[in-house]
Ligand binder design. Structure first.
Ligand SMILES: [Zn+2]
Length: 292
């Protein structure tokens, strides 16, 4: 079993530095602890991000923001336990109708073919069995870079294994499963309740409960309770982006949060292997194939 696990590889793609910490970090930490090779692809350098933490709003930080954010990303990657990370090489686009969206290097402006090609090259180099991306339904948060992460991953998942597609960027490699990450309604409700039971003010206002629930689409629940604190350490590594006093991220003590909802939830979007739903393992159906 140990040998089989060592050969498994998981790749997750995110839009900006800090997304890897707020979405699915405990899942990565869990699989990394089992010896699974874990790879992060970050689409942009986060150039459009404001400095959210007042303590970091200083000239020497502002003047070196790209380098500072890269160093923060490296620290978060280490905290989570990723084996490796890659930048896709685009510029952060910012929210709709901002000037960042007009920058020629921004991810939003990138031709789909080109962006898919860059991801295909990384998939062929890293040979992941499982890929995690953002959902096809992002009504709750419509950042152009997040939408585009979804838009390039499906085509890249297919093209990576096709010898006729992007023939100049490496040997074909067909990943076996594609998942969408999500914050389930069940999780938001559990956290909201835990704030109340701890007599703490919940940051989840009615807008969170107006977001359409995708819970009926959840196929896969990964138990991550003991790895929950990894997400907190990783978020803190993004010191310019995350205010350490921010209740939304840090208001609930880790041990309470981990007990309140000890799962990361996923939607299985594609599978090249047979698997029984619901699942409790991203590699269900894959381990048998990789085991020698
Ligand atoms: Zn983001």
């Amino acid at each position: 079993m140990g040998r089989a696990t060592e050969a498994l590889r998981l790749l997750t793609i995110h839009a900006h530095p800090d997304d890897e910490s707020s979405k699915g970090a405990p899942t990565i930490a869990k699989y990394a602890s089992e010896g699974v090779e874990t790879v992060l692809v970050c689409a942009t350098g986060g150039e459009a991000g404001d400095i959210i933490n007042p303590a970091m709003d200083r000239p020497e930080i502002i003047d070196n923001l790209p380098a500072v954010r890269l160093a923060e990303l490296r620290a978060a990657v280490d905290a989570i336990g990723f084996s490796r990370f890659h930048l896709l090489g685009y510029r952060d686009s910012g929210m709709p109708d901002t000037e960042h969206n007009l920058h020629p290097d921004c991810f939003d402006m990138a031709p789909l073919d080109e962006a898919v090609g860059r991801l295909v090259a990384l998939i062929r180099a890293e040979r992941p069995h499982v890929i995690i991306t953002y959902s096809d339904d992002q009504q709750g948060y419509r950042h152009p870079d997040h939408l585009k992460v979804h838009d390039i991953t499906g085509p890249a998942f297919e093209a990576a294994g096709d010898p006729a597609a992007y023939p100049s960027v490496g040997e074909p490699w067909q990943p076996l499963k594609l998942y969408y990450s999500m914050w389930s309604r069940a999780r938001i409700e559990a956290m909201h309740l835990a704030f109340g039971e701890s007599e703490l003010e919940s940051p989840y206002d009615e807008r969170w409960f107006e977001r359409p629930s995708l819970d009926h689409r959840v196929t896969t629940k990964i138990e991550i309770g003991e790895f929950y604190p990894v997400r907190t350490a990783a978020l803190r590594a993004h010191a310019t982006q995350v205010d350490p006093a921010e209740k939304f991220w840090f208001g609930l003590p880790d041990d309470i949060a981990a007990k309140a909802y000890p799962f990361d939830d996923y939607i299985l979007a594609r599978s090249e292997v047979p698997t029984d739903l619901p699942e409790d393992d991203l590699f269900a159906g894959v381990r048998e194939l990789v085991a020698v």
